[in-house]
Design a protein around this ligand. Structure first.
Ligand code: IVH
Length: 691
């Protein structure tokens, strides 16, 4: 804190700074600070607010998660009805819709505004004016607008007040500064409507974690988002990593701008997140082109969309066009075909995972779904099989959604799809891999093989340990792991570190060169940080994120091993069940022995502090497209290890854009701004030889 700055002034400065960086990070996806630098600002503010509780404002960035769990949600009226959309499914229906709209509008030349149809939940956010802070009282927010209330769609007339939960979504501004309002030519009060969604990655991570914890999975990101918005503890919403895209701006319940396009521009200028994938066009042929382009990109988007929304751009026409039932005539939704198909369950197989969990998997008659051929679908557990009432020989509807693995939605037998010699499935009582006992603990949905020496567990643990997200030992895939096991070369994960050149070079499909490579990869894995080692141990219920929190909290393997259940529960996202599972793991003699051998092998057992180089100090990189050898995470890691920073989007401040195959708009932007573009080879050269 500078000497002439009072705590009140410094707190307000920090709040503004933090808001600006939150906007850069969560709305514009182009951070200027590293996570560490950002955390430092937040920590400084928290420290001031702890010392001076009277300085805490309701809209302080530290107050996103606030208040106590509530009993229920209060019902609130919407300012004007929250409509839904009619759907069209082909070009003909789209033309029909456009013709009717043109007739009613009394104009042949209508502009259409096309947007993604985000697969989430619509919400209404109300912003209210705040007055100027009386001078000297910096505890009050400066003039501008503040997020006063957030309401679910409900039945369109009445929704539920979920303000406390929505406040935890970082892309929803808690305040809009006077300057931002001015820039956007906007005055409070106003209302923003848009979609809350869960990015696919968060969804997958959450489901993985739930699976590890023996909880039921969410069927799709939309349901997961709905659940998160309606939980009674904002704390839980905050952990779900939701996002919010704005698509309507209202004042007094009516459109606030002459065109939809201008409304979105206004929202963006005021600091709201608006999906950049939008276009104004003058003909239905051009709308169709947008639809085709969008559908082609569907699989590569970081969130789920289920179609394209087409809106008449001139809001003046909206009133004239009116609505039928609950849907406006001035907008329609082109819905993509569901990525689902009906096929036959030819068998139900059991997979044994590294924790010993038995997962039933449907072996399907191969069927193309949205560009890929699907022949397996997970059934998760026996409860799910009972819920679906699915048998071997049944026809089922299989869907590819936000999940990595396709899933069986329901049984789909009908006149044209008669079951083929159906037979009910029963969980095996012994492990199909080792003959060990299979148990299902009380209150758990999962069945487990209890044999600690089950080869399937060992195989899966080794594969897990060597995988990219854990110890990243390239070349140690299924084929190599199977050979190592069948020749008795490794008996547990620590055995990997005793492998010798002579052991490897003997194996099938393994020349001198690849043996050397694998050994180099094994050696390199020793440098990976503590959280990877913790994740690699395969402790039940300890996924990637939990491992990170544990490493951060305890700072060493020894401290983690010594931690009591109470101490473990103090860690972010660790509850009593996970704490118990960790204690049980470290109580096992065999595991302690394994850990001791990993330590002797030289794996990272302390600190999460990374040794950072300096050759890229002060440089900012943007990655785009697919690099020939490194994944994005690996390239990022390398740059950061060399002291550089990786950000999400290109600006004049960017030092280098690293471009790979199918680099997109970031490459164009770099060319526009004259930012130097390099390829992976050049990046590696710079890392090796300096600039
Ligand atoms: S406009 C007329 N724009 O789709 C009011 N809705 O099927 C309709 N949705 O309830 C809202 N993306 O939850 C609009 N870009 C978008 C949208 C969108 C997704 C959802 C929204 C709505 C539902 C209607």
């Amino acid at each position: 804190m500078s000497s002439h700055s009072t705590p009140a002034r410094r707190a307000e400065e920090l709040r503004e700074e933090i808001r600006r960086h939150e906007h850069l990070y969560y709305v514009l996806d182009s951070p200027e600070l590293t996570d560490g630098e950002f955390d430092a600002l937040v920590n400084e503010l928290k420290a001031i607010e702890r010392e001076h509780p009277e300085l805490v404002t309701e809209d302080s960035p530290t107050q996103r998660v606030g208040g106590t769990p509530r009993e229920g949600f209060v019902k609130v009226d919407h300012s004007s009805q929250m409509l839904s959309l009619d759907n069209v499914y082909n070009l003909g229906e789209l033309r029909d819709w456009a013709r009717r709209a043109a007739e009613l509008a009394g104009s042949a030349e209508i502009e259409y505004e096309c947007e993604f149809k985000l697969d989430g939940l619509s919400m209404a956010l109300h912003y209210e004016p705040v007055e100027h802070a009386p001078s000297g009282n910096a505890a009050l927010p400066a003039a501008g607008a503040r997020f006063a209330r957030g309401i679910t769609r409900g039945d369109g007339q009445i929704g539920e007040d979920v303000t406390a939960n929505l406040r935890t979504i970082k892309s929803i501004p808690l305040t809009v500064s006077a300057a931002a309002l001015k820039a956007a030519k906007l005055t409070a009060p106003f209302e923003v409507r848009g979609e809350v969604l869960m990015p696919t990655k968060s969804f997958q991570g959450m489901n993985e974690q739930r699976e590890e914890q023996g909880l039921a999975r969410f069927a799709n990101p939309r349901n997961a988002a709905a659940g998160a918005v309606r939980v009674l503890e904002p704390n839980v919403t905050a952990q779900r990593r939701l996002d919010f895209y704005s698509y309507f701006l209202l004042q007094n319940g009516a459109p606030a701008r002459d065109t939809q396009w201008n409304a979105l521009e206004t929202l963006s200028a005021a600091g709201f997140k608006v999906n950049p994938n939008r276009r104004v066009v003058g003909t239905i042929d051009e709308v169709w082109q947008f639809i085709e382009e969008t559908e082609a990109r569907r699989d590569s988007l970081p969130y789920e969309i289920d179609g394209v929304v087409i809106k008449v751009n001139a809001t003046e026409l909206w009133r004239r066009l009116g609505f039928t039932g609950k849907a406006p005539r001035w907008a329609t939704a082109y819905k993509f075909a569901a990525r689902a198909a009906t096929t036959l369950v030819e068998d139900i197989l059991i997979q044994v995972g590294r924790t010993g969990k038995l997962t039933p998997v449907a072996a399907l008659r191969p069927v193309p779904i949205g560009g890929t051929t699907v022949s397996r679908a997970t059934l998760h557990n026996y409860d799910e099989i009972e819920r679906l009432s699915v048998r071997v020989g049944d026809w089922v509807l299989v869907e590819r959604g936000g999940d990595v693995i396709p899933k069986v939605v329901r049984v789909a037998n009908d006149a044209a799809h008669q079951p083929v010699e159906p037979r009910p499935f029963h969980m095996p009582t012994v492990c199909p891999e080792c003959g060990g006992h299979v148990v299902r603990a009380e209150g758990e949905v999962n069945h487990y093989c209890v044999n600690a020496a089950c080869p399937a567990k060992l195989r899966e643990s080794l594969q897990h340990f060597a995988s990219r997200r854990v110890m990243n030992i390239e070349g140690m895939g299924e084929a190599l792991v199977d050979q190592l096991l069948s020749r008795g070369l490794v008996k547990d994960v620590a055995g990997i570190y005793s492998l010798k050149f002579e052991d490897l070079v003997e194996l099938e499909r393994m020349g001198k060169k690849s043996a050397e490579n694998v050994l180099a990869e094994i050696e390199a894995s020793k440098k990976l940080p503590l959280e990877r080692v913790i994740f690699g141990l395969g402790i039940r219920m300890v996924g990637e994120r939990t491992a990170e929190f544990l490493a951060e909290h305890f700072g060493s393997m020894d401290a983690l091993m010594a931690a009591s259940e109470e101490e473990l529960i103090a860690v972010n996202e660790v509850g009593p069940r996970i704490a118990r599972s960790i204690r049980e793991f470290f109580a096992e003699e065999k595991n302690l022995d394994l850990i001791a051998r990993l330590q002797r092998a030289g794996l990272t057992f302390t600190g999460i502090k990374k040794e950072r180089g300096t050759q890229f100090a002060g440089l900012t990189f943007v990655l785009t497209g697919t690099l020939p050898t490194y994944s994005r995470d690996e390239a990022k890691q390398k740059i950061e290890d060399a002291g550089g920073k990786v950000v999400g989007s290109v600006s004049k401040k960017t030092s280098f854009v690293v471009a790979g195959e199918e680099a997109g708009s970031k490459l164009d932007k770099a060319t526009q701004l004259g930012v130097k573009v390099i390829d992976e080879a050049e990046l590696l050269r710079m890392l090796r030889e300096g600039m």
